[in-house]
Write a protein that binds this ligand. Structure first.
Ligand SMILES: C[S@@+](CC[C@H](N)C(=O)[O-])C[C@H]1O[C@@H](n2cnc3c(N)ncnc32)[C@H](O)[C@@H]1O
Length: 319
């Protein structure tokens, strides 16, 4: 059976294929004996590749279900793999918990896995009528339903602004308020119906796909976690270490790009006047961006919006 893309961007067909794996391995080149943090273990596709290269891996995931999958990998890799359930924003705590003061690589493959999308009870997908949950960690404090019931028009419009132009995000916010007043906002399908009233169909992707994504990103404070994880990664990386981030949303990618640029060391001659005053002694000495090949885009439709950015840490002497 060929692959087909579902409304939410999940893959049918071969599951959990790690995105941009070849590019990651070539650019970030994990080596025997190195210490790597995989902050987004998921189904362990990237982690397995790091382990195969001989790296030791500290794997994290907010989703407790990932622990069972990590246990399977541990049967093969033993102590080379350690799993900690938690938010990658707290990777420094997790690393020090296993006695790692510095690491050689950090990988973040953002968003959710196709396994999470494909589980009807999690509410990540509108292929089924399910309660509006969307928490990566099911013990998290706020569900999608809570946000849709509690936020006012202004905050809802801000939430949708991540995926829609200002006028449209305002229309989406009002549509949610109307559905809420009528008591028709309990399930994923209710949300789709509310969105349908405010967003014309006939787009390349389902009109509810991007509002669904914005809601999920808000429920899990995904941008907030990323904002904490980027400086934490830089602090943890040893000189020569690599930060690799795969993102699926332009706002995530923009923040990664900006972080790499702000912490890029430049030779004095190449630095602008403002940058000459910079006190940065360590940061990134090189950065690069990778997109999926045409072959990967055809084979795995989920990869189409993926971007990989890699930064190599060093000091001024490495320039
Ligand atoms: C795209 S999947 C990763 C797939 C994985 N690289 C693989 O090869 O199977 C993203 C995973 O990261 C987890 N995740 C997302 N944000 C997280 C965060 N802030 N902290 C920890 N885990 C997170 C999700 O629960 C999900 O399992």
């Amino acid at each position: 059976m060929g692959n087909s893309i579902s409304a939410e961007g999940a893959m049918d067909g071969p599951q959990h294929e790690p995105v941009l794996l070849r590019e990651l391995l070539e650019a970030a080149a994990p080596r025997e004996g190195e210490r790597w943090i995989d902050g987004t273990f998921g189904f362990g596709g990237h982690a397995a590749a790091l382990l195969e290269r001989g790296a030791r891996v500290l794997a994290m995931d907010r989703d407790p279900e990932a622990e069972q999958r990590a246990a399977l990998l541990q049967e093969a890799w033993g102590e080379q793999l350690c799993f900690v359930q938690g938010n990658f924003a707290e990777m420094e705590l997790a690393a020090s918990g296993i006695g790692w003061g510095a690491v050689d690589g950090v990988l973040l493959d953002l968003g959710i896995s196709s396994g999470q999308l494909d589980d009807p009870s999690r509410g990540f997908s509108f292929r089924w009528d399910a309660p509006l949950d969307m928490r990566m960690n099911p013990t998290g404090p706020v569900t999608a339903g809570d946000l849709l019931q509690e936020l006012g028009e202004e905050d809802l419009a801000k939430l949708f602004a991540l995926v829609a132009r200002p006028g449209e995000s305002r229309r989406l916010a009002r549509a949610v308020l109307r559905a809420r007043e009528r008591g028709r906002l309990q399930t994923t399908r209710d949300f789709v119906a509310a969105i349908g009233a405010a967003r014309p169909s006939g787009r390349r992707i389902h009109p509810a796909t991007r509002p669904f994504m914005a809601l999920r990103m808000a429920v899990n404070d995904e941008l907030g976690s990323l904002e904490k994880a980027l400086p934490a990664s830089l602090r943890l990386l040893s000189s020569g270490g690599r930060l690799a981030v795969i993102s699926f949303h332009s706002e995530e990618d923009r923040r990664v790009k900006q972080f790499l640029r702000e912490h890029l060391l430049r030779r004095p001659a190449a630095a602008s006047r403002a940058e000459e005053g910079s006190q940065l002694e360590e940061g990134f000495v090189r950065r690069a961006r990778f997109l999926p090949s045409n072959e990967e885009r055809l084979r795995n439709p989920r990869s189409r919006s993926a971007r990989l950015r890699v930064g190599w840490k060093g000091t001024r002497e490495d320039l």
